[in-house]
Write a protein that binds this ligand. Structure first.
Ligand SMILES: Cc1ncc(C[n+]2csc(CCOP(=O)(O)OP(=O)(O)O)c2C)c(N)n1
Length: 373
């Protein structure tokens, strides 16, 4: 790598979209570049702790679902650098708009792992964001959150607030109308919105190559007249650097940015998916070599910042933390099944009333048991 204080930027693609990388797969980085990020050694260790805890949480949540102790779950493994690196660049006054896979980004901003489990356990209380935390609730309908993030940034601009919004979405979301509407509106009104695409290579079983004919997702920014950048999404430093720069531009009236973080979903889409049906073991193994957690650990070890004893201690502490979260989750009182009907409308419409009556009748007939399927 050339001696420089700037991250390595390649623009080999047709439209000259920059590709940012700081850490290579073996954890090597130009020290001056790392220093230019303004991260102290304590910050780097904190980022690493977030990533490790997120991975342990993910594995635990998956196991709980398989044991019938969690409703369903969307794993994030492989995307820890995307979420922690970008989340770390946010300020409390910024607003964050997640889709359904951003557990680490939610928690780094002040929600709890317990909330994540509660939500995926089918209890809407898990979607309750603490008053002082500028996180929006999860959007399940693909790409809808992009318009929310644009609208919020526009409102903040009108009010003269110096804060940005960030919105997370996948490669599949770029085929939705809301993607275009969110980006176009943000560009025209120059809102401080960071569009953060986690290109994890699949939209359920649809591979990236079938999602769009564009060489990069980042180049779609050109059509809207805004900056677009591709980053190595398994390199936490590159993600942090690109997000920080985009957020600063957004906060200072410089308008929106589209970031494409190139990464990989190491696990299934959700627990309702079987990824072995559409991708090979070899492909997964290749990406495992680029594991974002391993990469930062190698870097810290090379910098003599991290020992085997540190690793062991962290693993034990993170496992204990998540074990406690699971205990708290399982100790929560069961919610009433009728809750499903209660929270969408202030006044329940006639058709929901009919369905609720039908459910009550069914429960009466079956001694309170729900249907198995
Ligand atoms: C509007 C809408 N259409 C379809 C779905 C069903 N659906 C759920 S996830 C998904 C794929 C999304 O892929 P991507 O945007 O790449 O995000 P990823 O799940 O990979 O993080 C689809 C089609 C949905 N939730 N919302």
């Amino acid at each position: 790598m050339a001696k420089t204080t700037k991250p390595q930027v390649n623009s080999n693609n047709k439209y000259g979209i920059p590709y940012v990388q700081v850490l290579d797969v073996e954890g090597n980085a130009e020290p001056m570049v790392v220093a230019s990020l303004g991260l102290k050694s304590e910050d780097i260790k904190k980022m690493y702790r977030w990533m490790v805890t997120a991975r342990i949480f993910d594995e635990r949540a998956l196991a709980l679902q398989r044991q019938g102790r969690l409703g369903t779950y969307a794993p994030l493994s492989g995307q820890e650098a995307c979420q922690v690196g970008s989340g770390y660049a946010l300020k409390p006054e910024d607003w964050m708009f997640p889709s359904y896979r951003e557990h680490a980004a939610q928690v780094i901003r002040g929600q709890r792992w317990l909330d994540v489990l509660t939500y995926w356990g089918g209890n809407e209380e898990g979607n309750r964001v603490p008053e002082n935390v500028n996180n929006f609730t999860i959007s399940i309908p693909i790409a809808t959150q992009m318009c929310h993030a644009t609208g919020t940034a526009w409102a903040m601009k009108i009010r003269g607030q110096k804060a940005a919004t960030i919105v997370y979405f996948g490669d599949g979301a770029t085929s939705e109308g809301d993607f275009h509407e969110g980006l176009n509106f943000a560009a025209v009104f120059q809102t401080g919105t960071v569009f953060f695409c986690q290109n994890n290579q699949y939209a359920i079983s649809v591979p990236r190559a079938k999602q769009t004919h564009s060489e990069t997702i980042a180049q779609k920014a050109i059509a809207y007249g805004i900056p677009g950048v591709q980053v190595d999404g398994n390199d936490i430093f590159a993600v942090y650097q690109a997000t920080k720069e985009a957020l600063e531009r957004g906060r200072n009236g410089g308008g929106p940015t589209l970031i494409e973080a190139v990464t990989y979903r190491m696990s299934q889409h959700t627990t309702a998916d079987d990824w072995t049906r559409y991708r090979s073991k070899e492909e997964v193994e290749e990406w495992k070599k680029k594991d974002p957690i391993l990469r930062l650990r190698l870097h810290m070890q090379k910098q003599n910042m991290w020992s085997d004893a540190d690793e062991q201690r962290l693993q034990e502490e993170a496992k204990a933390e998540i074990a406690q979260v699971v205990q708290q989750y399982e100790a929560l009182p069961q919610r009433d099944v009728e809750d499903i009907f209660k929270y969408v409308y202030a006044e329940m419409p006639w058709n929901l009333k009919e369905q609720l009556a039908e459910l009550r009748e069914y429960l009466n007939e079956h001694g309170g048991d729900l249907p198995k399927e």
